[in-house]
Design a protein around this ligand. Structure first.
Ligand code: ATP
Length: 205
């Protein structure tokens, strides 16, 4: 095992673009996956440090009867007030990075994939060495998400309208997976990138 810190690939993409399928394919070939959505849900669980500070800041009215965060109310508050949004991000982002750092240090693979759905919506993350964007035509994003979540088209379009537009997201990319084909094509795109990342992690740093 190398003693060098692994290369960190930030994986992002719009709703239903295929981030989960892609990260599952990397996981299957033995690459460590860091799930920042999961981390952000863990650190706001009752009695965790972020939970305590959020309750102090917004009062106990931000909790549901079972003491878990009322995520919908919190979302509404930060949507309505950019100062509250900035406050919450300045609380959560360092904690998420700290946990990412811990997982990066424990990783056994020469590179890791950090899944960061909001990578292009938030401040740059200094832990990320390269950005991989999973891109799919909007119509496919909608169709796949409708099939997966039994959600209606309008709700998905509204989410897409709130996310970074595809052409702008692509400007962040060092690598792109065009997820407009079948799963076999996706698998071969992942295998090609795997070879590239192995090479970069051993030679180019
Ligand atoms: P979200 O942002 O909503 O979490 P995501 O980017 O993680 O979405 P996935 O859940 O990976 O997207 O993919 C959306 C749906 O489309 C899933 O049901 C997945 O199985 C399916 N899917 C993704 N890519 C393909 C593909 N190339 N062929 C067939 N189905 C696919």
């Amino acid at each position: 095992m190398s003693t060098q810190t692994p290369l960190v690939i930030g994986l992002t993409g719009g709703i239903g673009s295929g981030k989960t399928v892609v990260s599952d394919l990397f996981a299957k070939i033995g690459v460590t996956i860091i799930d920042t959505d999961l981390i952000s849900r863990e650190i706001v669980k009752p009695q965790q440090p972020a939970w305590q500070q959020i309750v102090e800041h917004f009062s106990e009215t931000i909790l549901l009867p079972d003491k878990t965060l009322n995520r919908r109310l919190l979302r509404d508050k930060i949507f309505a007030d950019s100062n509250e949004r900035a406050w919450l991000e300045s609380l959560l982002h360092p904690m998420i990075r700290c946990e990412m750092q811990r997982q990066i240090q424990q990783a056994l693979s020469p590179y890791v994939i950090a899944v960061i759905p909001l990578l292009t919506e938030t401040a740059p993350n200094p832990l990320i060495n390269r950005v991989l964007v999973v891109d799919a035509p909007e119509e496919l994003q909608v169709a796949r998400t409708m099939a997966r979540d039994q959600a209606d088209r309008e709700a998905i379009n509204a989410i897409i309208a709130h996310q970074t537009p595809r052409p702008i997201r692509l400007t962040y990319a060092d690598d792109v997976i065009e997820n407009n084909g079948d799963l076999a094509q996706l698998q071969s795109a992942v295998e090609n990138l795997h070879q590239k990342y192995l090479q970069i992690s051993t030679n180019d740093r």
